[in-house]
Design a protein around this ligand. Structure first.
Ligand SMILES: [Zn+2]
Length: 368
């Protein structure tokens, strides 16, 4: 029996998106699906789930009997539980066969491009010894506890991470969240003047109190380069927070602190123009965008659970369960996609909009 070889207009649309002339596409993370000719096993852009493929196989078997096509469908079903690496290796090996099954290879490539992320649940274990907090938080996530160095971790710590779900607070043992300073944000996370700004800047007056965002243990409280007087706290939820340009310390290294406890007084020590707090949130040494899961206006977390996706150089963070993003002045689809660890293609698809079209302030976009 001949292979089913139809392909939808949607797939063409997808391919032309991926190779289009949209200027933002150069910086985009959309990966084109590699296709060898147009043959596919079944009509799919987003793919069929395993049960749908089984149903398709069963109905073809019933009416046409066993064939190369049903064999390929069986193979496809057996492949979808494999890891990405195994699938890529298997797909490569198919090119060695006498009659290269391009339809199956294309179908595997479409599957890989649309594969749902699997989230690994990372809830800190062994957090408490008896009723007392451990002396060193989150030891299961970090290889060492080094006092006094803000950046002690190997660059590849967390290399094995793919997608993580981290409980930030349980409102009991993990404590509550507090913004370190309630004031105007003067600089956001991201590229600034050709350099990466790894935190956010919050305006303050010298001597204003700066408090800890979560409970934890002070790992650093000393003068360090451009940070000036800097405090780093490791928290029981696995994050570390950094507070720079302080005028005075109110804690010392090794101190246990509560959320909201005074760490120091604000200032402009180190490399700083005007008094402000430079505040960073990190996981395994990699900076996270605090705005992606903290509402500074409301002094709260957007969600108790933080989702992290590992990227080449760090993590993309976003709150669990967020579905709708309201477009603000200055937003671009690319920035929104980056904030939520997705692609402009996916956002355009979810919302039925064009990737290179206009966004409107107040427009509500589904992001996950
Ligand atoms: Zn800063």
């Amino acid at each position: 029996m001949r292979l089913l070889t139809f392909i939808t207009a949607l797939l063409w649309c997808f391919l032309s998106f991926a190779g289009g002339a949209d200027p933002s596409a150069k910086r985009d993370t959309v990966a084109a699906v590699v296709m060898y000719g147009e043959e596919v096993l079944f009509d799919a852009v987003t793919g069929l789930n395993d049960q749908q493929v089984r149903d398709l196989r069963d109905s073809v078997l019933k009416f046409h009997g066993s064939s190369t096509f049903t064999n390929y469908l069986d193979l496809y079903i057996s492949l979808t539980s494999k890891s990405e690496e195994q699938l890529v290796n298997y797909s490569d090996s198919l090119f060695e066969t006498d009659e290269v099954p391009y339809a199956l290879i294309n179908q595997i490539n479409i599957f890989l491009a649309n594969r749902p992320e699997e989230f690994e649940e990372v809830i800190p274990k062994d957090l408490f010894v008896g009723n007392a907090l451990l002396d060193i938080p989150a030891t299961e996530m970090y290889p060492k506890w080094i006092v006094g160095n803000p950046n002690p971790y190997e660059w590849n710590l967390g290399e094995e991470d793919t997608a993580l779900s981290i409980l930030l607070t349980d409102h009991k043992m993990l404590g509550e969240f507090q913004v370190p300073v309630k004031n105007v944000m003067t600089s956001k996370f991201g590229w600034r003047d050709g350099r990466m700004h790894n935190g956010v800047d919050i305006d303050l007056e010298v001597w204003d109190p700066v408090v800890s965002a979560f409970p934890g243990v002070v790992r650093v409280a000393r003068v360090s380069g451009g940070y000036g007087r800097v405090v780093v706290v490791r928290h029981y939820n696995g994050l570390e927070t950094l507070y720079a340009h302080l005028h005075r310390f109110k804690v010392k290294e090794g101190d246990k602190v509560e959320a909201g406890q005074l760490l120091g007084l604000g200032g402009s020590s180190g490399h700083s123009t005007g008094s402000h707090l430079h505040f960073e949130v990190r996981f395994k040494g990699k900076p996270l965008n605090p705005l992606s899961f903290i509402s500074f206006d409301e002094n709260s977390l957007v969600n108790d659970t933080l989702m992290l996706k590992r990227t080449k150089n760090g993590y993309v963070s976003y709150p669990k369960g967020i579905l709708i993003y309201t477009v603000k002045r200055g937003d671009s689809l690319f920035e929104i996609a980056r904030l939520y660890g997705t692609t402009t293609y996916r956002l355009a698809e979810l919302n039925g909009i064009r990737r290179n079209g206009y966004l409107y302030v107040g427009q509500r976009l589904r992001v996950i």
